[in-house]
Design a protein around this ligand. Structure first.
Ligand SMILES: Cc1cc2nc3c(=O)[nH]c(=O)nc-3n(C[C@H](O)[C@H](O)[C@H](O)COP(=O)(O)OP(=O)(O)OC[C@H]3O[C@@H](n4cnc5c(N)ncnc54)[C@H](O)[C@@H]3O)c2cc1C
Length: 430
């Protein structure tokens, strides 16, 4: 395939920083092409380049010492196939916008992250997940992917037609090319209700009760502060299949007023918690698309462990509670179903995720993370690629049995390492 002789488009001088301000994306330039042909010409003529999504990762996964490219100016290209229940969508589109458009044609995403502001391409690349015992991470809904490879060619891969490599291309940390479009599986639109229970007793922090609460609805999130009890349980139920919860549940009482998971933040930013039925995309995320999400003044870390080890993993970290709390906004526990994506933190393992939303104290957080990771080590934790961790690269690599196949695929698609960065070199190998 030849490279279209289009102009590579305008370049801005600096790519700037992440949403939280904690990641400097490097010297740039940042390119913002307005057509796929421009993007192909740009990639084909660049020595090194890397895609940038909506800038919500806390790790340096998106940063580069070379050029970056944003797809923010490409058309969203939302193409629904209502009979097949799929959508082909531009990689730069935010889930929240996609979900609203899907609802208009009677369809829905089966799963969403806590934040609807992130891009489909960026979330798929890092294994972004919501919560749900039976819900896999968002990348698992991808059935076809179109990416610009190192030569500037456009490559389309399909879950059914390319099964031998498809598990390696969707969640690939931006290391195989610039994804232009994804085709996603959708489900018929469905209604949900969300309620919050508060102030659980200390006894309910054992493994069996935690897993019992996490099984209490289609999607459940438990917030706590490493003081031995669950502070808030956000239970998102599918109307028609989940039974509404009683007023008292696992010893926690139903909240009478809306709450924010981070202490001191306004509940207006959050999705409805009154138990009222509404479209799934207005219940599955914690935060509303029209508000600035969460706090901004934060850093996040998260570790996936086998679900059956959740109670032991939480108990192992609990003695650090007094050291964790001064640095913490809140911690969250969620579940993710096992999948087959080669670099997925839930690869072949039904997982529970132990998450930390830290105050913006990077030096203190970096100093404490090795101790948390040491306590989690017996449970073979896999860190979230888009969040901050200090785990040694060889320990991370040992968690991914399909990594050799991923590296062979990268050798094939990007032999000159056009799409790599320091993060990928360090964690996966050069
Ligand atoms: C407030 C907040 C809440 C969050 N909640 C959750 C949550 O509920 N669950 C969860 O799992 N994570 C969560 N995260 C983390 C976040 O969802 C992930 O880090 C996600 O990858 C961010 O997507 P993005 O579009 O901002 O991508 P970026 O951070 O901009 O980029 C991430 C990676 O994707 C690659 N990439 C982006 N676009 C493309 C493309 N077109 N082609 C190829 N590669 C591409 C980049 O190169 C980079 O490697 C949260 C983050 C914040 C700030």
């Amino acid at each position: 395939m030849t490279i279209t002789p289009a102009s590579p488009g305008p370049a801005l001088s600096r790519p700037g920083r992440s949403w939280s301000g904690t990641v400097d994306y490097g010297p740039g330039p940042l390119h913002v092409p307005s057509s796929v042909d421009q993007l192909r010409a740009l990639v084909g003529s660049s020595a090194r380049i890397r895609a940038l999504g909506t800038r919500h990762s806390f790790s340096t996964v998106a940063a580069s010492d070379a050029a970056l490219v944003s797809l923010a100016d490409l058309p969203p290209d939302l193409e629904f196939d209502t009979a097949a229940r799929t959508v082909r969508v531009g990689a730069g589109v935010r889930y929240g916008e996609l979900a609203v458009a899907a609802a208009e044609v009677g369809l829905a995403l089966a799963n969403m992250g806590s934040l609807p502001h992130i891009s489909v391409g960026g979330a798929s690349a890092t294994g972004t997940h919501g919560s749900g015992d039976r819900l896999r991470s968002l990348a698992n809904s991808v059935r076809a992917i179109e990416l610009v490879t190192a030569t500037g060619d456009l490559l389309t891969l399909d879950r059914e037609q390319d099964p031998e490599i498809f598990g390696g291309v969707v969640l690939s940390l931006g290391a195989l090319g610039v994804v232009t479009h994804l085709t996603l599986d959708l489900v018929p639109a469905f209604a949900m209700r969300q309620s919050v229970h508060l102030d659980f007793p200390a006894e309910a922090m054992n493994g069996a009760d935690l897993l019992g609460m996490l099984a209490g609805g289609y999607s459940v999130s438990l917030f706590h502060h490493w003081d031995g009890h669950v502070a808030q349980a956000w239970v998102k139920q599918a109307v028609g299949s989940d039974e509404p919860l009683p007023e008292e549940w696992f010893g926690g009482r139903r909240a009478v007023a809306a709450v924010h998971p981070l202490p001191g933040m306004p509940a207006d930013f959050c999705t409805d918690q009154t138990g009222q039925e509404g479209p799934s995309h207005e219940r599955l995320p914690h935060f509303r698309l029209e508000f600035t999400p969460s706090n901004g003044e934060e850093i996040q870390s998260e570790y996936f462990v086998a679900r059956e080890h959740l109670g032991e993993a939480v108990a192992a970290v609990m003695p650090l509670g007094e050291r964790i709390r001064p640095l913490l906004h809140a911690s969250e526990i969620r579940t993710v179903a096992a999948d087959e994506l080669w670099l997925s933190p839930a690869y072949q393992r039904d997982s529970a995720c132990v998450h930390f939303t830290w105050k913006q104290l990077p030096a203190e957080v970096d100093a404490l993370l090795p101790e948390i990771e040491e306590r989690l080590a017996p449970f073979a934790p896999r860190p979230h690629w888009g969040k901050v961790f200090t785990t040694a690269p060889e320990t991370v690599r040992a968690q991914y049995p399909r990594l050799p196949e991923f590296l062979a695929l990268r050798d094939r698609l990007d032999p000159g390492r056009k799409f790599t960065n320091a993060y990928v070199d360090r964690l996966l190998g050069e």
